[in-house]
Each structure stands twice: as C-alpha cells, then as structure tokens.
Design a binder for this molecule. Structure first.
Ligand SMILES: [Zn+2]
Length: 307
C-alpha cells in the first residue's frame, strides 16, 4: 500500500477515456513495450463453485491476487499496465450485493499495492448474466466505465463490455450506446491507423474456432460473425479475453483471439497465472506464466513463443 503511495482505490476512467494515458503523446509509436493481461480474479468462485462450500469465503483468491501483484511489481522494466479481463469478483450484484461489497473491499485492498496502472474490464459476474441499468451503474461506481478506449505507445486499445452482447434485454439503451461508440472507435482505427489495435473483453467470441457451436463460454454465432468481421475490417488483429478459466484461443483470418486462464479458480489443467504481452514493431506476442513463475526481467529485443 505504501509503495504505491495510494491509500484508496482510484477510478481511472472518465467519459470513456483512460486517464493514466490520456495524453496526445501516447498516439505515437515509441518502440516495443509490454503489458500484463490477467482475468477472473473472481473472489469467491473457488469455494462456492469448485469446492461447493455452503458459506464460501475467498481467502484463496485474495492470496492469488496478492501473489500476482507481487510478481508484477518485480518485473523490470515496468509493464505499461495490468488489464484484468473481467469477473473481478464472484458475487452477483443483484442477488448477493452485501457479499459483493466485502469481496470488492478485499480485491481493492490487494490492488492498491500494484505499482503500475490498472485497466478493469467488466465480466458477467460483475453486472449479472442479465445486466440491468442498476447493476451497470453499480459497476461504474465501483470500477469506472465499462467500455472505453485508450492509446498507449502508438497502439489503440478498446475495452468492451461483452455482457451487452450476451444479454441486453434489460439494458437496450446502454447496449445501443456501446454499439454506437464502438462503430465510432472503429472509424477512428481506420483513419488513424495505429501501430496495432487490440480489444479487451470478458467473454470470448469463440474458444478455439470461429466456426464452433454456441455454448456457455462463447458468444452467439450470429453476433460473433458480425463483430469479428467488423473488428477485422477496421484493423483489429488481437483480442484478449477471460471467462473460460483455462487457456485457449484461435484465429479469425489473421486476427488472433487469446483466451487467458484465471488468476483465481481453475476449471481445467492450467495453473493460476497471467500473461505477459509484448507489443513489438510487427506483432504482438504473449506467454502465460503460473503465479510465482514469471520472469523478473523482460527483454523486448527478443520474441517469445506464444503459448
Ligand atoms: Zn465469466
């Protein structure tokens, strides 16, 4: 807490901008950099879902989140930012509001020690599987805008609330706002031609193939085809997601979608961890590391094997 010099969690978005990089200089490519991508800290999921406990706590997720922050703070040179791609917490805001507040307090306490900027992405557990104007408002009050964009080192990043794609029946106006905003952002990408354009969201369009059938962990096919083709045409070539609690991903033409396993509970053979993402001149490369196993020095002159 002392190291970051912050005493309380600060919301870093305003008017769909990300304040730490809200600076015209960020539009210019200044050489390779890297960032950290994580997903599903989801405080409470391990004991509630994986262990099936009646009165679930979240001490394990607190420890995992603490370890992630410790690992990230050790890496030199500094990553530009940490993005957590949704399901920050497990308790649904509508049905478990009190529990959620306690989880939120504990997550924020851990994130205060983080010594780099934090980008929050909204997951289904953060606004409910069927979001409402009130759950979205509550997310925004706790973590900031649920959709926004920013430039960092000549690269354009889009943060999307995928829950408007999953079920917008109770939030049609908000979903339409995101849609209009997205269309405008994609026009910007076409005109301003960033070095790379990267999307962050919670639910993946697909787990391993754009052709796969609809299931719980992907987005419906019709919407998937429409969005993937629009993102691709505008120039997006990388999409990073979570939600699956396993590492996965695949290609749509030469656009890569990366599904990153959880900092929190695992639903497959992976170990709790996060991804180091190198943004190089001609490509974006990434490697997943188990907690406690990340390198403490990043060499940006050398590529990595994607895994
Ligand atoms: Zn999820």
């Amino acid at each position: 807490m002392e190291k970051s010099g912050r005493k309380e969690f600060v919301i870093t978005t305003n008017d769909r901008h990300y304040l730490p990089f809200h600076n015209p200089q960020q539009r210019t490519w200044d050489g390779p950099f890297y960032f950290i991508q994580a997903a599903d800290t989801q405080l409470g999921f391990q004991e509630r879902c994986v262990e099936g406990r009646k009165d679930p706590g979240w001490t394990k997720e607190v420890e995992w989140t603490r370890q992630m922050v410790k690992d990230i703070n050790k890496i030199k040179p500094r990553p530009k930012f940490l993005v957590i791609c949704g399901d920050l917490l497990d308790a649904y805001p509508e049905t478990l509001a009190t529990t959620r507040l306690l989880q939120e307090e504990d997550l924020k306490k851990e994130l205060l020690s983080l010594e780099i900027p934090l980008v929050c992405v909204c997951g289904n557990h953060d606004v409910g599987d069927i979001p409402t104007p009130s759950t979205v408002a509550s997310y925004r009050a706790s973590f900031g805008d649920d959709f926004f964009s920013f430039w960092c080192g000549g690269v354009f990043f889009l943060v999307v609330n995928s829950q408007y794609y999953q079920d917008s029946t109770k939030v049609e106006i908000l979903a339409a706002e995101q849609e209009a905003w997205l269309e405008h952002q994609l026009e910007q990408v076409v005109h301003q031609k960033p070095k790379h354009c990267v999307v962050f969201q919670h639910i993946p369009y697909f787990i391993s193939s754009p052709e796969e059938d609809d299931e719980y962990f992907n987005l419906p096919k019709q919407l998937r085809d429409n969005l993937l083709s629009r993102l691709y045409k505008a120039g997006v070539r990388y999409i990073f997601c979570g939600h699956y609690h396993r590492n996965a991903g695949g290609q749509y033409l030469d656009m890569e979608e990366v599904v990153t396993s959880a900092v929190g509970a695992q639903l497959g053979p992976d170990t709790n961890g996060f991804r180091i993402v190198k943004v190089l001149h001609d490509k974006v490369e990434h490697t997943y590391y188990a907690l406690g196993n990340a390198p403490t020095h990043i060499d940006l002159t050398q590529g990595t094997e994607n895994n």
